[in-house]
Design a protein around this ligand. Structure first.
Ligand SMILES: C[S@@+](CC[C@H](N)C(=O)[O-])C[C@H]1O[C@@H](n2cnc3c(N)ncnc32)[C@H](O)[C@@H]1O
Length: 318
């Protein structure tokens, strides 16, 4: 599914993947290896992996977002016989590998969350600074949009989701404001939702009202709607259940000595990754597990605010 996109802040050519050096260090791709990128995005990590596995290697890439896949195809020159891409949820990784006649692979990467192109495209509804329809589906060919979920979700369920998936301290107030507003008028657009959140927490949500991403040099502020948007996105796309399924099948997909790396951006995701890796170590499925997550360097954090919350964990298959 292709769409015309609105102005982007991160052109594809300038995209620098999060924790790139660290990912390459822990995965250690070698010539001839078979790699899977579960979250191709713009293909930044994949491209660097491809360079290392070389022409004798093989790369299988997945993305749940058909628009992103189109860009990744161009970036990775997928007419190359060593590269194949799939429009697929990574929860279906076993099915994808079976379709490629691959039993087990050497490297698996998952860089969770959204790509910059998804955030920058107002029509996708992921951004709290661009006005667009409240969609938020990674795969626009199926599922319920954020607008549809917000129209019916019970107040308590919404409040729980904002707290658990967004770590939102004002979850009750925001959920109550959303439910009261939707009784008067549907909440259909991103900036409508921002206004409701701003009203509930008594804070500015637009530049016109005085909100600033960088209130002073070297300082970044969190948008009052950021946590709610994150929670809704995770709810719409069932991100924790999908990650749980990926973690469940991961040991079956890795060859002996194979490495997996997962970059997460949310405490709930990182907890799942940490627990699954530790449990599999005690079951003898993995050796060499990361004791603590790898974080972005201060230099990367300064140049890419998204990297500030990134946590990289890795394992080696026994
Ligand atoms: C942070 S971006 C990946 C960026 C990529 N590493 C790069 O270097 O360009 C995350 C990507 O994962 C995709 N994604 C999110 N959930 C997914 C899922 N369950 N299955 C497959 N892809 C998913 C998103 O569509 C998005 O393109």
């Amino acid at each position: 599914m292709m769409t015309t996109r609105s102005r982007r802040s991160t052109p594809a050519g300038e995209h620098r993947p999060v924790l790139l050096d660290e990912v390459l260090e822990v995965l250690g791709p070698k010539p001839g290896e078979v790699a899977v990128d579960c979250t191709l995005g713009l293909g930044g990590h994949s491209r660097a992996i491809l360079e290392r596995i070389g022409p004798s290697g093989r790369l299988v890439g997945l993305d749940w977002d058909a628009d992103n896949l189109a860009h990744a195809r161009v970036r990775l020159a997928t007419d190359d016989r060593g590269v194949s891409v799939h429009h697929s949820n990574f929860a279906g990784l076993l099915r994808v590998l079976a379709s490629e006649r691959l039993d087990r692979v050497d490297l698996i990467l998952a860089d969770l969350g959204m790509s910059s192109m998804q955030v920058d495209d107002a029509e996708r509804g992921f951004s709290y600074v661009r006005d667009g329809p409240l969609d938020m589906r990674m795969d626009r060919s199926r599922g319920r949009s954020a607008q549809q979920i917000l129209a019916t979700i019970p107040e308590q369920e919404l409040s729980d989701a904002l707290r658990q998936l967004g770590d939102e301290p004002h979850a009750d107030r925001i959920a109550h404001a959303i439910v009261s507003t939707r009784e008067q008028t549907p909440i259909a657009r991103t900036l409508d939702l921002c206004r409701v959140i701003g009203g509930a927490v008594g804070q500015a949500t637009t530049r016109n009202q005085g909100w600033r991403l960088r209130p002073s040099p070297g300082k970044w502020s969190l948008h009052p709607a950021a946590r709610t948007f994150q929670a809704l996105r995770m709810l719409v796309n069932r991100e924790l259940p999908n990650l749980q399924e990926l973690l469940r099948v991961l040991p079956q997909c890795l060859a002996a000595g194979g490495r997996a790396a997962i970059i997460s951006f949310h405490s709930g995701e990182d907890r799942l990754v940490k627990a699954a890796f530790r449990q599999s170590v005690t079951q003898g499925l993995y050796r060499d597990v990361a004791d603590s997550p790898i974080r972005a360097s201060e230099t990367e954090k300064r140049s890419n605010p998204r990297s500030r919350s990134a946590k990289l964990r890795w394992v080696t298959r026994a």
